[in-house]
Design a protein around this ligand. Sequence first.
Ligand code: GDP
Length: 448
Amino acid sequence: MAQSSEPTIFALASAPGRAGVAVVRISGSGAGRVIDFMAGPRAEARRAVGRFVRHPESGEKLDRGVVIWFPGPKSFTGEDVAELHLHGGRAVVDAVLSALSIMPGLRMAEPGEFARRAFEAGKLDLAEVEGLADLIDAETEGQRRQALAQASGVLSDLYDGWRASLIEALGLIEAGLDFADEGDIGAKTFTDARAIIQVLARAVNHHLEDGHRGEILRHGFRVALTGPPNAGKSSLLNALARRDVAIVSAEAGTTRDVVEARLDLGGLPVIVSDTAGFRDAEGAIEREGMRRSKAVAEAADLVLWLTDATEPQTLLPPALAAVADRTLLVLNKIDLLPGGEAPALPDDMVPLSVETGAGVTELIERLTVIARERIGHQEEPALTQVRHRRLVEACRENLDAFLLGSPDEVELRAEDLRRAADALGRITGRVDVEDVLDHIFGRFCIGK
Ligand code: GDP
């Protein structure tokens, strides 16, 4: 629990800059005093009231706004919280923040400090906090849906449920230990525990083997644009992004830097990266470009190999051999073909002309379908980040150790289960997580 001796913190909770409304949030034992001194009289709990906001010393009016008083523990942080909804002008916000800073016992909040206090008060568990951070970062519908589910406790419920099964199995084994000299009872409780763990291990395996859907949705489905120089990669990226993010040039090898465009395809985040052209690199800069292009292609979920339809290079360069199974061939510049007609192509080749726009919509549809197949909407809660995956893997390892280990070494088997339960407890922060807290809360902006 956050102690009342902790300083009261305040920050602008809405985005900085000129806006219709700005929200300043104050949390801690001094929050009520802030309302009394600056925007009193204090109204009943959780009721929005119009008040002048005044300087605490001079009494000068700084703004007229809406004030809400959330006495703890029924607040976001669990502490006393006050919210001042102000006119969102810079001078108004600056005046109110500097007035707050002169009040004794108050200081500016650090990034994520409100969320951290909510976690410490048991208002949010760690997976929910991470969901909240993702919700603030969500750029597409799919990301919003996934983050909201996580922030609302969908993953926490799953992992807590598993942890409860583990503790039940552990209880059985420990009960069996008490009857160690009555062999039959010990053996029976061990068999019952084993049955629970077998069911759990299946669920955990299924959860881990999800093709990284949740993680890809969280980060974005990565598409690497590759192809020989002048195939039209930069032009295609521009067409996809419908804005000037890449330099279009008729000169070979000018696209040495990887340029990225973030797209929203049917609610799914798709990040398209342009790469330097693949060819026999002459200069050192081009060689470096090639090395990076290869790395981008290998990190991508899908590779587009773009080639000029008038001189198609449909054979992938050896550097791309490793990604051949996730490469889509795109034939550009079909407008230059005699008659300007799209040639009859096998299913895994896409004809288009960035110049005329022919086929670009079809390519976008194709990308949408592929992204949806990989990360589309799903009923089951998915793993969303590496931190969780590592811990679920650690849980699985201990479940395997339990299932494969000798039932005669009961103490060791109990330890397997304890470790498995601890790994799950670290996801939600029920168990020893001091080491990851700074990292997780540091992701937030000030005011959250
Ligand atoms: P990159 O090196 O693969 O990035 O290729 P660019 O996007 O820089 O394009 C190379 C040249 O091809 C530029 O002059 C483009 O205008 C031109 N180009 C790109 N797409 C098409 C197309 O569909 N048809 C025609 N005729 N020219 C194109």
